[in-house]
Design a protein around this ligand. Sequence first.
Ligand code: ATR
Length: 282
Amino acid sequence: MSTARYAVFGHPISHSLSPRIHSAFAHQLGIALEYTAIDAAPVDFATALERFAGEGGRGANVTLPLKEAAFALCARTSDRARRAGAVNTLTRNDGQWHGDNTDGAGLVRDLTSRQGLDLRARRALLLGAGGAARGVAPALLDAGIAELVIVNRSPERADALADALGEPERAHSRYWQDMRDLGDFELIVNATSAGRGDGNGFSAPLSLVNSRTLAVDVNYGEAAIDFLAWARAAGCHDVVDGLGMLVEQAAEAFEHWHGVRPQTDAVYAALRERDPVLVTAD
Ligand code: ATR
């Protein structure tokens, strides 16, 4: 029997840690599999995914900028993928792709189980309304936050996300340029891709921060530096990057595919050692 094939699709993808994470989980549990990174531009994604299926691909992770496209290619989707309108985990079943989204569960597990933080009753600000923001917003609501205010550079995308969440009393959109008037938050989540590009830094009003504020970037590595630097300078109580979320969303996908949950601590510690620049909760 040939080795089971899995992959992560994205564009760009060469920097992805997912092959390393899934290989470590497989090694830990004695499961034989091949997990590769496949670069696919948005216009080529559907073809590349079909080719992968034709070559025996059983499951795939999807990262930016393909999560919303992946959702559209699925014959079936999980409830949490539908609430997100974005898919990061694909499973081949009966010749079709089934889509799930493990990003939000991964973020909440990292913050609560690993970092020991309580999200309940926090007033939360979500920066961004793209695929990453869509993935985490439903799980934050499920974790018991008091309110979710969504701001995005293009306001119509923030409106669309707030509408899709369907909880107008708790989740609503505001204009990015009105951040100064929003009051303060116990949780600020950066789900924009701003830090991945122009290197122009991140700036936001200090009035957003109070004595309990937890600042989280769903990005990790260089892409998270600007936001986390702002968060520290602004005096946020806890500052967390997206490395733990990455490991936890992978564990969730791994369990989905292989029916067994891997231990994440050793894998997380090994990656953190390589990327010590960004600290975790204070
Ligand atoms: P991802 O899958 O990473 O979410 P995406 O769907 O392309 O990628 O979304 C990128 C997000 O980062 C969007 O919220 C985007 O804002 P727009 O919807 O207005 O494009 C946000 N973003 C990207 N560059 C930004 C910048 N320089 N300042 C603020 N927001 C930015």
